[in-house]
Design a protein around this ligand. Structure first.
Ligand code: UT7
Length: 331
């Protein structure tokens, strides 16, 4: 999608569980240490849900804040898209749980599965929906309880992921001269199905005592392979966006990358030749929250005044599938 499309991020919100889990916590039961985790990932601590906190409850909390910032009420929302790989339940969709909690009337609501690229996919879809003229205010949410699918005994993944949610209200604007989605890409290539995946629980491998005993209901990741692919794909995303959108890195006020690993993010920053303060990171505080990481960052930046009307902001994401997506937005 390369024609500028009028849309406004009229509100953002985030929800992080209160429970803070420092790296030292893992030293108690895994063969790992704080130094390794900091140096290899950039993570210092992350948030884990407590009893009663779920994907939908975090999504609703983030959404209420986004709706309030937009100066709207939940009844103004006419479509809900939830990007998640850790749904409230297999059935119905997490978006239905969010609708039930948030809205007084029925609205269309659906989930979108694109792993770490999920929120950027949701934002692009929300923009397309407001462009049809049929919807005025679409809620795009990235919400994850990664602890639901992470094996606490697997040091390769347990230290990496965290829980949280972020939301944005995408509102219709009449033209693309002001706030707009200037350029976007979404893509997927299924060859990642054996390097980052949850083997059991679907129709291919049904849940059984064997799958539980073998811990096949948890995420399996070949971290090194995903790492290599993420670095390469981020470079390609950046190059493609700059060239197709006709902008330079200097034109972009802030890049918000998916918070996969600080070293992956740093590699994208170096590729663009950006100063550290123009590439936003918060992985030190929240770890990798998959589809929730970009909207959480976006909300922190909006509320801290790091993004103001007229600024260009680039979102880039790569994740399981493989999937990848980018969005160049004028705020
Ligand atoms: O969110 C989107 C998808 N996910 C990602 O983008 C994540 C991409 N991958 C990564 O971030 C990194 O690959 C990890 C952080 C997961 C792992 O870091 P790495 O630098 O790629 O480590 P590695 O897997 O190459 O392992 C290096 C060594 C190994 O030991 P040997 O074989 O060299 O003796 C691992 O067994 O580090 C060991 N290791 C650990 N040591 C201490 C792996 N995990 C740990 C750990 N603590 N938690």
């Amino acid at each position: 999608m390369h024609k500028p499309l009028g849309m406004k991020i009229s509100g953002t919100g985030r929800a992080l569980p209160e429970r803070v889990v420092p790296n030292s916590e893992f030293e108690k039961y895994l063969e790992t240490n704080d130094k390794w985790i900091r140096e290899r990932t950039g993570i210092v601590e992350r948030r884990f849900v407590s009893e009663g906190e779920t994907t939908a409850s975090l999504a609703v909390d983030a959404s209420r804040k986004a709706i309030e910032m937009a100066g709207l009420t939940p009844d103004d929302i006419d479509l809900i898209i939830v990007a998640t790989i850790t749904p409230e339940a297999i059935l119905p969709s997490t978006a239905c749980f969010v609708q039930q909690e948030l809205c007084n009337k029925p609205v269309p609501a659906f989930d979108l599965v694109a792993a770490c690229s999920g929120f950027v996919y949701a934002l692009i879809n929300a923009t397309a929906m407001v462009q049809t003229g049929a919807y005025k205010h679409v809620l795009a949410i990235g919400a994850e309880v990664m602890t639901a699918i992470t094996d606490p005994e697997d040091r390769g993944t347990a230290i990496l992921f965290g829980d949280g949610a972020g939301a944005a209200v995408i509102s219709a604007t009449p033209d693309a001269d002001g706030p707009a989605l200037l350029h976007s890409t979404m893509s997927a290539e299924g060859s990642g199905d054996s390097v980052l995946f949850v083997p059991a629980g679907g129709s291919r491998v049904r849940t059984s005592q064997m799958t539980l005993d073998e811990r096949l209901h948890y995420v399996k990741m070949n971290g090194r392979e995903v790492y290599k692919r993420a670095v390469k794909r981020n470079h390609d995303l950046v190059d493609q966006t700059l060239s197709e959108a006709g902008v330079t890195a200097d034109d972009i006020k802030l890049v918000i990358p998916h918070q996969s690993n600080l070293r992956i993010v740093e590699s994208a920053r170096e590729r663009m030749g950006l100063a550290p303060d123009r590439m936003y990171t918060n992985i030190d505080r929240y770890g990798n929250t998959s589809g929730a990481s970009i909207p959480i960052c976006l909300d922190e930046c909006m509320r801290a005044g790091r993004l103001e009307p007229g600024d260009l902001c680039l979102l880039i994401a790569f994740g399981a599938g493989f999937t990848w997506a980018s969005a160049l937005i004028r705020i």
